[in-house]
Design a binder for this molecule. Structure first.
Ligand code: PLP
Length: 430
């Protein structure tokens, strides 16, 4: 008998949470690490939302509540979705979760049998792929191309679609690339899905970065074009800089589906804290939120310009300008070549090679020798990530730190001797 089930070894993880102890290890030696690894805005929770949470606590909203989500919040979400996606959404099709992350796995649980095909973007949020292993569904990565701005077209998706396709995750603006599909691309994608897959297949549209768009762009959703098959997911973590609030939601095509997820909530969570839900309802409905979001997006856009320009000035790195979210996703193939990373990787024992990648080696070298925390390519979908040399840097870090980080990356990119000695030491290679 084994202690753990077979399926538990098949679940992956989100490395952004795993890198914390490594940063502490470096900082324990007296050095300070520039944190470009975090996926959370570095702004405080806006005051008006804070006050709404406090008021709800004073009203004693600290008990069990509706497992589907309190009505005030579901009404606010339904109204916001109806207006912005130009569809009819009703509170009885909205379910609130402890964050936008839980519905990712719950949707595979609720809609898929083992072997059903699940399509997801790669690079993409790692939890989509993680759950394919856990649920025994068939993972079908949709590889996003740098040349296409990390978006994809109906033509790219079409060959992956068939009668076994059950769930299609899409995520615009995207983590980790900042890619954003145009309205026309979304319309074409919807039309190819309508043509090629069962009407019982579902699109999981992860729209958690819906408010974080640059250059005056407006958020577009595939739900506008295919409402009868789309689940729209969003939450408070990114829009209101409230990752600790743990409030997310999904808007389903039917009441029947919402009821299934309400029951999953009952089984897993009972309900989600009512006082935070009141804060979320206020965040969605208060005009003050738009002002706070605008400030945050302006800061992200300025940092994006600084970081993209800074990275492109480093020999061996090329970086496209993201159109949304708060990440940049530079191509480091040139650095891998000039530092001898590929040869170093090829020279590692097979068991270590399996756990690392050239981008991982440079990521760890950057952290341990040059004190900048970033994320490697394979943290955003392992399947088919071989031979792709990218890093993700979060720009949810102050400008002074970003400048320090850029200088350190520039030094690391030409530190041939340092990299050789790092590999020779062989301590932190994954
Ligand atoms: C694409 C994407 N989806 C979902 C989530 C989860 O967000 P939450 O904090 O609401 O669970 C994240 C967080 O990083 C994300 O980047």
């Amino acid at each position: 008998m084994n202690l753990f089930s077979d399926r538990i070894s098949a679940i992956d993880t989100e490395n952004a949470f795993k890198i914390g102890p490594y940063i502490q290890e470096v900082e324990a030696t007296g050095k300070r690490v520039v944190r470009c690894n975090l996926g959370e805005p570095d702004f405080p929770l806006p005051l008006h939302i804070r006050e709404a949470v406090k008021k709800a606590l004073d009203q004693d909203l600290s008990h069990y509540c509706d497992p589907q989500g309190i009505m005030q919040l579901r009404e606010a979400i339904a109204e916001h979705i109806s207006q912005t996606r130009k569809i009819i959404m009703k509170p009885d099709r909205v379910v609130v979760f402890p964050g936008a992350k839980p519905p990712i796995g719950l949707c595979q649980e609720a809609y898929c049998n083992p072997g059903d095909e699940v399509i997801y973007p790669s690079p993409g949020f790692p939890i989509y792929e993680s759950f394919t292993g856990f649920m025994g569904t068939t993972a079908v990565p949709l590889h996003l191309q740098e040349e296409k701005g990390f978006s994809f077209s109906a033509n790219d998706l079409e060959p992956l679609l068939n009668e076994r396709t059950k769930l299609i995750y899409i995520n615009f603006p995207s983590n980790p690339t900042g890619g954003v599909a145009t309205k026309k691309e979304l319309a074409d994608i919807a039309s190819v899905i309508r043509k090629k897959v069962s009407r019982l297949a579902r699109i999981y549209s992860d729209e958690v970065y819906e408010h974080i768009l640059f250059d005056g762009a407006k958020h577009e959703s595939i739900a506008t074009f295919l409402p009868e098959q789309t689940i729209i997911v969003s939450g408070v973590s990114k829009s209101y800089s409230w990752t600790g609030g743990r409030i997310g939601w999904a808007c389903f095509p039917t009441v029947e589906e919402a009821q299934v997820f309400k029951n999953l909530n009952i089984n897993y969570f009972s309900c989600i804290s009512a006082y935070n839900q009141m804060g979320a309802a206020h965040a969605i409905t208060s005009p003050e939120s738009a002002v706070e979001i605008e400030k945050m997006v302006k800061a992200f856009q300025e940092r994006r310009d600084l970081v993209v320009q800074g990275l492109n000035a480093i020999p061996g790195i090329t970086c496209r300008s993201p159109r949304g979210a708060f990440y940049v996703f530079p191509n480091i193939a040139g650095v891998c070549k000039q530092l001898g990373v590929l040869e170093a990787y090829d020279g590692l024992p097979a068991d270590i090679r399996k756990k690392t990648s050239p981008a991982t080696l440079f990521q760890m070298f950057l952290l341990f020798r040059h004190n900048v925390a970033t994320m490697d390519r394979k943290s955003f979908g392992r399947k088919g990530s071989e031979g792709k040399h990218f890093l993700r840097l979060s720009i949810a870090t102050g400008t002074d730190d970003l400048k320090r980080g850029l200088e350190a990356i520039g030094r690391a990119a030409k530190d041939v001797d340092g990299f050789r000695s790092f590999i020779h030491e062989g301590k932190r290679l994954y």
